[in-house]
Design a protein. Structure first.
Length: 333
């Protein structure tokens, strides 16, 4: 099978031919049709994960099942599936026993079996989800990480009818957060420092675009504040500022990896009973809901498409912040 292989950190990824994979009990083999790229791939490229080259990365894969391992009964050959990050829990820890497999400290992921930047990949059957017929492999791919993450973030914000949601960091994750918040019927604001994005963000579903300037919190307060902030930015300073734009009782849900500690004013936190929450991929129902919104046409990931052979071009554009909004690798038929 052909694969994009990280042979050394910070070096070009190599297109190589590797032995075809074979499934063990509980596993499936997927012929990958598309695989999304995100900031985590840059972290893998830079050696920030406990992995030793050679590495086949790719944690937003979609494709068709071509082989089943022993004991797989819920999936069949020909199923259109995607694979999410935490594919399997240990089954015995407190998190697994409570049904929260995504929180298992000993769970298995693509880092254990190999990623989706290849013609074939192994996955645990428990880590696969069916793709709705109306959704292409390319559109589905970013939902298995970016979409899953922001849908969980929205649900973990505990939104109530009539509440106002603001999205901070309107990039690969944030442009989906705007669409999901609008799809579930919430008034949605997009916070950006780029005035030339206004028309595009309104087309994505934002009821209002807030130009942040140097102080997103002040700009958001001037616009009436928000009950929920979905933050995908990597700037700790922006997160801290935006927190000041929460209404009393508001919740800021952080889904990015800020570049340092987040300095929250304790008076703002305490007097208004505001909350800072962290969130990542959570309940499996969040992924199902995200895919359903894409299938209905209410949410559409904005993609740049590249053949697998141009993986280094896609990675370099991702590293330099030039991707608008998600990069997806297309694998040959």
């Amino acid at each position: 099978m052909k694969a994009a292989v990280i042979t050394e950190y910070n070096g070009p990824w190599q297109i190589q031919t590797l032995p075809d994979v074979k499934p063990q009990a509980g596993q499936v083999v997927i012929r990958v049709r598309a695989s999304g790229m995100c900031g985590t791939d840059v972290h893998v490229h830079n050696g920030r994960f406990p992995l030793k080259p050679p590495i086949v990365a790719g944690h937003e894969p979609t494709g068709e099942i071509v082989e089943l391992g022993p004991g797989v009964v819920d999936l069949k050959v020909g199923d259109r599936v995607g694979v999410f990050w935490q594919q399997k829990g240990c089954g015995r820890c407190a998190a697994c026993q409570a049904g929260h497999v995504s929180r298992c400290p000993n769970g298995q992921s693509w880092m254990d079996l190999g990623g989706g930047n290849s013609e074939l990949m192994l996955a645990w059957a428990s880590g696969c989800a069916l793709i709705p017929d109306a959704v292409s492999f390319e559109l589905a791919a970013p939902i298995f990480c970016a979409g899953y993450t922001v849908m969980s973030g929205l649900r973990n914000a505990s939104p109530l009818p009539g509440e106002r949601v603001a999205v901070l960091g309107v990039g690969g994750l944030g442009h989906l957060a705007v669409q999901f918040a609008k799809a579930v019927g919430l008034e949605t604001l997009a916070i950006t420092g780029q005035a030339n994005k206004t028309k595009e963000l309104v087309e994505l579903g934002a009821d209002e675009v807030v130009l942040s300037g140097d102080d997103p919190g002040a700009a958001l307060s001037a616009a009436g504040g928000a009950d929920i902030i979905l933050s995908t930015t990597n700037s700790a300073r922006q997160v801290a500022s935006a927190f000041n734009g929460l209404r009393p009782g508001g919740r800021l849900v952080n889904m990015g990896l800020p570049d340092g500690p987040i300095p929250i004013d304790p008076m703002t936190l305490t007097i208004g009973q505001r909350q800072l929450r962290g969130s990542s991929q959570d309940e499996r129902a969040d992924l199902a809901e995200a895919l359903a919104h894409v299938a209905s046409g209410k949410v559409k990931p904005m993609l740049e498409l590249y053949p697998l052979e141009r993986v280094n071009e896609a990675r370099e554009r991702l590293t330099s912040g030039k991707i608008r909004y998600r990069a997806v690798l297309q694998h040959a038929e």
